[in-house]
Design a binder for this molecule. Structure first.
Ligand code: C5P
Length: 400
């Protein structure tokens, strides 16, 4: 399964670095091509010679070879790798990665890596539980870093708790899983709407909402990463898609979003409507800037926008899956179910403004997925990148 895969292993200074030797053996045995990069502290725990011998490649530890001045390019390593696995990843290295610090070759390579980075944290239980470390984990998960989670057990300090690096076999399984699971949306084309829409009042003003597009973009990245071809129809947001499988179509108004969706949906296997489409638009946007009329109220006449999801629900074939979002403030389950039926959706992702840390602008979300048969699944508050995985799982199940 790992035949020909190029795996860069980063080793930082933790006692569990000795286990990384076994991980490298497993990877090489499975047919992967392995290169390793070590931090300065890592060399105190395991020798570069051991790692070089097992990986069958020279080990990179410094920016250049002091003997002949040969430059070790982090850019080249970052482009070479299909996956960069840092095991052990100490609290220090995790904090540095979180803040973009690049004071050794291992870290500069993180910044320039074009592949996914998987972290296998290893640290003492108090460091692990520390709120700073926990926040760093969340930030990195949200940025799409993968984790081979630490386990509970006896730690080098003699204490017992969570913080032990995952066993080499388990990290290996995560790596295999990444490459296997990776392609389960291959040959599937998915339309995703994301972000807010802007409805023009005049050339300089518009009606809109607080949507940032984070949820829709996270779903797009997840599906693209897993081999899907994504058509992302996006309102104005501050993020840019990263994956080459995402075909971005920028729109402004609900009408423009509608036109693109109607055009692309018939060629797609599924659509996920995560955009916060403005329900109304000014009836007649002024062609010139509207002047202030001192002392007078202003009335803005609004007319309904097309309901994109509902229209796609009408033209949907038996083979296509259509999913929507519902952001509710009251009678959440009931309203979601009603929306599901009226728009002819296959499932609806419900998030509530009543949940702390969920909804617009947050990096986290707390969702329930409600299905056509009335069944629903509730999930914990988690980074939107993880929520995207839950939504992908629901979609995949229905597509198959
Ligand atoms: O009816 P409501 O706006 O609450 O429905 C939310 C769902 O419908 C979301 O999936 C949203 O993207 C979609 N929607 C749409 N076009 C609209 C309004 C909502 O596609 N005009």
């Amino acid at each position: 399964m790992l035949n020909g895969k190029k795996i860069l292993v980063g080793i930082t200074g933790g006692i569990s670095a000795y286990k990384t030797a076994s991980l490298i053996r497993l990877l090489v045995k499975a047919g992967a091509e392995v290169k390793a990069v070590m931090s300065g502290a890592a060399k105190q725990f395991i020798t570069p010679l051991t790692i070089a011998t097992l990986s069958k490649n020279p080990v990179y530890t410094d920016f250049f070879n002091p003997e002949n001045g040969e430059w070790h390019s982090h850019v080249k390593l970052g482009i070479w790798a299909d996956l960069y696995v840092i095991a052990p990843a100490t609290a220090n290295t995790i904090a540095k990665i979180t803040h973009g610090i690049a004071d050794n070759l291992l870290l500069t390579t993180v910044l320039s890596a074009r592949c996914k980075v998987m972290l296998a944290p290893a640290m003492d239980l108090d460091m692990y539980q520390n709120v700073v470390t926990q926040q760093n984990f969340n930030i990195l998960k949200n940025r799409g870093f993968l984790f081979a989670e630490a386990t509970e057990g006896e730690l080098a300090s003699g204490l017992s708790g969570k913080g032990r690096m995952a066993e080499p076999e388990d990290i290996f399984a995560e790596i295999e899983h990444y490459f296997a699971a990776n392609q389960d949306f291959k040959d599937k084309k998915i339309l995703i709407t994301a972000g807010p829409t802007r409805e023009k009042i005049d050339p300089v003003r518009f009606v809109s909402n607080y949507s940032t597009g984070k949820m829709g973009y996270a779903i797009a990245e997840e599906l693209a990463e897993r081999g899907g071809e994504v058509v992302l129809v996006s309102g104005p947001v501050d993020i840019k898609p990263k994956h080459a499988n995402i075909h971005l179509i920028n729109v402004e108004s609900a009408q423009e979003m509608y036109n693109e969706c109607i055009n692309h949906f018939p060629k797609c296997d599924a659509a996920i409507m995560s955009a916060a489409v403005a329900d109304y638009a000014p009836e007649k946007p002024a062609t010139d800037k509207i002047k202030r009329q001192p002392g007078q109220n202003m009335v803005l006449n609004l007319v309904p926008n097309p309901d994109i999801a509902a229209q796609l629900g009408k033209i949907k074939t038996d083979k296509q899956i259509l999913a929507g979002f519902a952001l509710e403030t009251e009678n959440e389950q009931y309203n979601a179910q009603k929306k599901l039926e009226s728009k002819n959706l296959d499932f609806i992702v419900l998030n509530s403004l009543n949940d702390k840390g969920a909804g617009f602008g947050f990096d986290t979300n707390k969702i329930s997925i409600v299905y056509r048969n009335g069944k629903s699944e509730s999930f914990a508050l988690k980074p939107k990148t993880e929520v995207a995985k839950d939504i992908a799982a629901a979609l995949l199940q229905l597509l198959n």
